[in-house]
Ligand binder design. Structure first.
Ligand code: MSP
Length: 515
């Protein structure tokens, strides 16, 4: 069975900003981590291309919605994920036939089972959310609470899904599976919401046509959220490739922003229950990146492009920063000052300098051939133990709990421990003594530091793959141990894997000084 992780599929009305990249990088780190555990993994992302929001954007630019989507996907979204080293296994677009046909089949099935009926609806609709709002939640009686823009009153004949009949079963599922919705705050919010009672859900629109037609009544298109949620099934072979579906389904983790939690934790599981499909393992709601106390967004003109930051800090530091600085699940603010401070102290000083100092000393004192640890004692044992502890803590935090900040904290505590060890042992002083005892000590210190770095390279590979690769090559590990991607997390703590005698070279600086 594959460990299957999804991101939300993004609306392509605009180019991606930091908030979108935040979730996609988190999913990439999580899936790289599991690959490095040796598991088979499926990482899915994609784009949500139907609905009024996209249609209006395309109209405003004087092109067809399909042309608009094609352009944005090819020129903005896919290139950004490549730039950020996102290793997704698939990219689904909701305008692809592999999706649209299966969505029609799914909805037809629900109709045939009597889960869908025709009715009419009037209510306030937010086009930015693509969602009917409840009158009570509007700000000043007319503004969407998320977008702070006026809602539109819609009145139309719609098809409805009998969502109201699923409340009890959903509550039972949340009860029996306490980890189904994370973090706990998100879970509580959903449980409370469902306890208040669910209303049936309008799942079609007839006032515009940019969507997938309702198969039995093509004057209607399927509501964009029903269409969108089904990407998680259509992309892994639902209704088309049973073998692949069986190997992948259900998702282990749906990563979502907290604003789209109800769709994923209420509507989506109800749709699956209605059609007899297994429910996902977990829905994890991440917080928002904030600007001036508001959710960062292009429509508020606060959307910063990830490239503005990667140009300055590099891709690896970018991948690291947001996951390290903001506890996953909480909101967080971004600032250049904070990013620059962490870059300099954690990445350049603690980590980068350690790597370059060790390589330089092996070069200087041993002509670049890694010496054996001739007289390892308690100080060295403490480093080996520290690595074991870091591996265990990071594996649990990142791999199991999606606590990226905690996991990275554990790895960087270990990096600081190794720095402390070098300051205490002061190999540059030991080197001045040419006695055999001193030389044995010097060899032991440098072996210990290099071996510690081997472990760090493996642990940081899912987060900062390019930097880990450089370190891996500089330690001579590529030749001795093979590709970094094949190193298992569980082996990272096996002390002594790096054989003495490998050729250590001083590669490029891992994190150059900032301008
Ligand atoms: N298309 C729907 C999702 C369908 S999933 C079946 C959608 N798209 S979106 O492009 O508007 O948002 C996609 C994701 O980006 C959401 O999870 C949203 O929370 C996230 N973010 C958008 N702005 C954000 C921040 N400022 N901070 C963090 N994430 C935010 O909703």
């Amino acid at each position: 069975m594959a460990f299957y992780v999804s991101t939300p599929i993004y609306y392509v009305n605009d180019a991606p900003h930091l908030g979108h990249a935040y979730t996609t990088v988190a999913g990439d780190v999580l899936t790289r981590w599991h690959r490095q555990r040796g598991e088979s993994v499926w990482y899915l992302t994609g784009t949500d291309e139907h609905g009024q929001k996209i249609m209006r954007t395309a109209e405003a630019h004087g092109v067809s919605p399909q042309e608009w989507c094609d352009k944005l996907v090819e020129e903005a979204w896919k290139p950004l994920w490549k730039h950020l080293e996102i290793a997704n296994d698939d990219f689904i677009r909701t305008t692809e036939p592999r999706h649209t046909q299966r969505v029609q089949e799914f909805v037809q099935d629900l109709y045939d089972k009597g889960e869908i009926y025709k009715g009419s609806y009037t209510g306030p609709y937010c086009v930015s959310c693509e969602e009917y709002k409840v009158v009570g939640e509007l700000l000043e009686g007319e503004l969407c609470p998320i977008h702070k823009r006026p809602v539109e009153w819609l009145e139309e004949d719609n098809y409805f899904f009998k969502l109201s009949e699923y409340g009890e079963r959903l509550l039972e599922h949340y009860d029996a599976n306490p980890d189904f919705i994370q973090p706990a705050s998100a879970r509580n919010e959903v449980v409370q919401f469902v306890r208040q009672g669910l209303q049936d859900l309008s799942i079609s629109r007839s006032t515009f046509d940019w969507g997938i037609p309702i198969p039995w009544d093509p004057k209607h298109v399927i509501y964009v959220w029903i269409d969108a949620l089904l990407n998680y099934a259509t992309a892994v072979g639902y209704g088309s490739d049973q073998a692949k579906f069986d190997q992948t389904w259900p998702a282990d983790v749906h990563l979502v922003g907290k604003d789209i939690l109800r769709f994923h934790a209420v509507i989506w599981p109800a749709m699956l229950l209605a059609n007899g499909l297994r429910l996902p393992g977990r829905v994890f709601a991440n917080g928002w990146l904030m600007v001036g106390g508001e959710k960062m967004s292009k429509s508020n003109l606060t959307g910063i492009s990830p490239r503005q930051l990667t140009e300055h800090f590099g891709v690896d530091a970018y991948r690291y920063y947001f996951l390290r600085a903001i506890p996953f699940g909480q909101d967080g603010a971004f600032s250049w000052e904070d990013f620059a401070a962490r870059y300099t102290s954690e990445l350049a000083n603690d980590y980068g300098n350690l790597a370059s100092r060790v390589a330089a000393m092996v070069g200087k004192y041993f002509d670049g051939a890694l010496p054996a640890a001739a007289d390892a004692g308690p100080a060295e044992q403490a480093i080996a133990d520290g690595l074991s502890a870091a591996v265990a803590a990071a594996d649990k935090a990142i791999g199991d709990n999606l606590d990226f900040a905690g996991g990275l904290g554990a790895v960087f505590d270990f990096v600081r421990q190794v720095n402390g060890y070098l300051s205490d042992q002061a190999p540059w002083k030991v080197a001045k003594d040419e006695s055999p005892q001193a030389q044995a000590r010097l060899a032991t210190i440098l072996y210990t530091a290099a071996e510690a770095l081997r472990g760090v390279a493996v642990l940081l590979n899912p987060v900062m793959p390019a930097t880990s690769e450089r370190l891996w090559v500089s330690l001579g590990a590529e030749v001795a141990l093979g590709a970094l991607a094949d190193q298992r997390i569980s082996e990272a703590a096996d002390w002594g894997r790096l054989p003495a005698g490998v050729s250590v070279t001083k590669g490029e600086v891992l994190f150059p000084r900032l301008d």
